[in-house]
Structure formats: structure tokens, C-alpha cells
Design a protein around this ligand. Sequence first.
Ligand SMILES: [Mg+2]
Length: 434
Amino acid sequence: MPSATMNAQETAETRWAKIIQGTVDDIGETAAEDVDDQKRAESIAIQIAFKDVKKAIEHNKALTPLQDDGKPDVEEWNKRLAAIGECSWISCPWLFGECYMYRCIQRILNSSRHWQNYDIFKRQKDSTFVKSRAAVEELASRYMQIVADTGLAQNEIKEEAKKMLFAEMTEIALWGNATDLSLLANLTLEDLQNLQGREAIQKSQRNIVDNDGVDVWAYLQRTAGQASRQIDIVLDNAGFELFTDVLYAAYLLDAGIATSVRLHTKEFPWFVSDVIPSDIESLFEHLDSSECFPDREYLIQLVPRLRKFFQSGALTTTSDPFWTTPFSLHEMLAKAPALFKELQNSYLAIFKGDLNYHKLTRDGLWPHTTTYEEALGPLGKHSGVKVLALRTNKSDVCVGVSSQRQVDKLNEEAPGGAWIKNGKYAVVSFNEGQ
Ligand SMILES: [Mg+2]
């Protein structure tokens, strides 16, 4: 077990103040367009409160207990802060610090009269999604071609073809994770677009530093006779990634791999681009818009197909307050036992993205050759949870690399630990919890 977890310093200095400035600018822009005088007036006080948080970060002030905003989670936050002890924005553990920042923003909004349900990051999420136009249209075309060619669930498809299709769809969901607005500072738009196309996905396969895709397929084949096969996807980002996740869910249903799929969202705006419930409808509003996506040839077939899964209840969404706490998933059994049980009962629990990966691995500074099973702790051996992580590597933690020789090779290929941080490498890590 590693002795230390990640420290917040680097990220506090480079990203957090910028993220808060984004919220100040956003609310200013929205208020300027609003006709309600009271709402506009209140936006000034909110901007001042946001700026105070920004100043506290820039001046490395001590973290102070969260003020009560009437929400039931305040006590838990403050208990955790007390347990950490005296710490500042820079000296605090990274995982707590960044989670706490989003909760501070939400406290300010919760304490307002007119802005309680306002999504402070919606503008950023929307504008990035629209930039993914080419990849959305391409994937819509690819998916409808697959459906037309094979019918997906047909028995006559050869086993090898089914396996390849599973790998392709899984990798689409994997690389969809390259779009993460809280970490976007590290990637140019050109980088993003390069990561999103199908050809790029195929080329990127060699950049999966721990790839258990074959083991997942073997598990699914072995258990295909089970009557109830609910797959849970703990989402990361809205926009393009959510589109790939919904597409992946549709594929899992269409191919008969899952009998139902449940998407887990956050309860309030989190890590800039994470999916909150309203992002699902927003996804469809965008997909329906010929202004956002002018090439309608395949979208016109695909979108009603996706909607139908939601309407029939085969595809559902859920939020659990545990996802917006600062706890790692090693603490799930103690802090959210009902949710833990639900995941034990799940046919497959898929965790998308960087934050989920940090939480799965307790944000530990593990040697890269540590097995995924070991880093999962209570979610690993004997947990009964089938845990699949689909994550492009965007910060520090990465386990499951097969050997030190492989680690050395990666360090040579992408020096300075770039393979853990630049979003161009990834993991498809699976553990059956046996
Ligand atoms: Mg995210």
C-alpha cells in the first residue's frame, strides 16, 4: 500500500483559479442576458463570493469548514476536513481539495434565491460538444452501418466478428473520455479532434497500457445465460463523451449483452464537464439540432433509436449523493453501503474517466506495476463487484502495467511521465471481484 496520496500543489496553481474565473465570467454573461432585476443583482454577490474562493486559492489560505447551505452532506464534508487536520489549498490532499472546490461553488449557488439550479458549466459543455461535430456524425454513421450490416444480435455473426465489434465499441467509449473540460488545459482542440475519429481510435489501440478487453469479453461470454444482466456505467463527462457512452449502452442492449443499462450522473455541477441529469436532455437537444449537426443522414435514424431505449426503460439514469463526495471508492462500503450492494448485484460496473479512476485506486501513489486488483482494495479481490475502468490517462495515478520493462519503455516513448498525463494513453482495466 502506498504511504502517500497525491498532493494538490500543481493542480491548485495551474487549474483551480482558472476554473473559478470561468464561473465568474459565466454567471456575468448569463446575468447580462437576464431581464429579471433581482436575479441580476444577486449575480453580483455570487461573483464576489466566487472571487473570494479564487483569492483563497491564490493566496494559499487554510481550508475552512463548509458553511451550512441546508444540504445533508455538509456535516460529512466538515468531518472529513477535520480528520485531515489543518491544511491549505496547496497542502491538502488533491482529491479532497478539488472535490471541496466544486462543493464550495455549489454552496454559494445553493445559498442564493435565484441561482440554485443553475448549471455554472453548461456554457462550456455546450460549446465543446458542438466542436465535436465531425466525430459525432462519423460515429452515428458507423453505428447505423453496423446495425444495418449485422443486426447485431443475430446468431449468424461469427464469434470473432462479435468480439472485434465489442472491442471497437468499448474503445469508442474509452477515447470519448479524452474530452474532459476540467483537464482541457493540457489538450488542444486539434488534439481532441485527432483523438475522436474512428481511424484515430484504431491507431490508439497500442496506447492502451493495461488492456483487459479480452478478459471482459471472456467474462461476458461465460455468463451470457444469466437472466438479468444490468450494466451500470458511472459516467464522467457530458457532451461528446456522453454521446459515446449512450452509443455504447445502445450497443450493449442491441447486441444482447445487457438486458438493461443504468447511467450514473452527478447531482450537481462537478469537475466542470461531468454529467448532471439535465445534460441527458441537452444531449438530445443538440443531436436534434441541424444547426449543431448539419449532416443528418445517420443521426435521423440513430437519435430515435437512442430515445426509444430511454422510453422503454431499458436505459435509465440515476444519481447517488456518494458520487459528489470527496471519498474514494475504498470508502464506499462504509459511506454508501446500499450503493455498494447495488454494484455487487450489477452484471458489470463500468467506471469512466480520470476522477473515477483516482477514486477506484484510492488516489494512491502506487508503483505502476501494482495490479489493478490490489489497487482496487475493497472493490477488488472477493468484493463481488465486476469493475471495468475505461480511462484515458490524464493525471498521475496509473496501475496495471505488466512489467517494469514496459514502464521503462513507456517512459522512453513519452518522457517525463507524459504517458500518465497527456491523455493519449489509456487503460481498459477489469477485475471480476472473485
Ligand atoms: Mg470529468
